[in-house]
Ligand binder design. Sequence first.
Ligand code: SAM
Length: 256
Amino acid sequence: MNLKLYCPNPKHYENQLLFRDITALDWIDPIKQPGTQPFLIIEQGMLGLADAQWPKVHPVYVDFQSGAVAHRRLYGGGAGQAVAKAVGVSKKKNLRILDATAGLGRDAFVIASLGAQVLMLERHRGVHLLLTDGLYRLGFNGELGDIQQRLTLAHGSLLDAGEALAEFAPEVIYLDPMFPERSKSAKVKKEMAIFHELVGDDADADALLAPALERAEFRVVVKRPKQAPHLAGKVPTTALIGKSSRFDIYSKRAII
Ligand SMILES: C[S@@+](CC[C@H](N)C(=O)[O-])C[C@H]1O[C@@H](n2cnc3c(N)ncnc32)[C@H](O)[C@@H]1O
């Protein structure tokens, strides 16, 4: 399905390049007015995701440099965070980790900021575009340049065993597929609701576990809402409980 793109000020210097690049894609349809389905928006030289049903809600951006992601990098607890312990960066800093459900790249960024080499894999074309834009802007931030160097992005899925994976031998695979209950929860912010509306429920998520277990050298980590059933009904080796999430760890062998 084609995605709509709204750019209120295409002639503004800061929007021009991005607008030109994105409208060159044959699956993008420019629109003159905001739509009621989730649509891409270019404002202030950034690519975001918005929905006119919620005109007061800020667009969703992949923003590694400010807001919640920056706060988490500075004050989130570093290698002591549940996600860091779960993937094992607290044991081995420079792990090769495949984030096979990259989304908005927030977990990937945390893990890379702690020293891991992370390949982000995302199958949704629109979300992949948002990540491309976020990584591009991160490239101009000299202070965070080392983290940007450790993050790479590919379009595709572990289920297709695509080309992107051929050269990356992951030591750990991280999975955080959408969980249907999340979008119905009153706690889910409107911004995330827009994202969920675009991406859907990842109904095939169970199928990710077997290929992940096949490819990962040390372990597979699955992030789930605290009360959710195990992915593919498979009981993990162990689990770490975070504030609102659970990290199920499927160990193959010890991290060395
Ligand atoms: C809940 S989000 C991930 C959020 C991410 N952990 C973060 O910190 O921003 C799930 C994402 O995984 C993607 N996804 C689901 N199944 C996938 C698959 N088989 N291959 C690639 N991406 C997938 C979805 O398109 C969605 O963007």
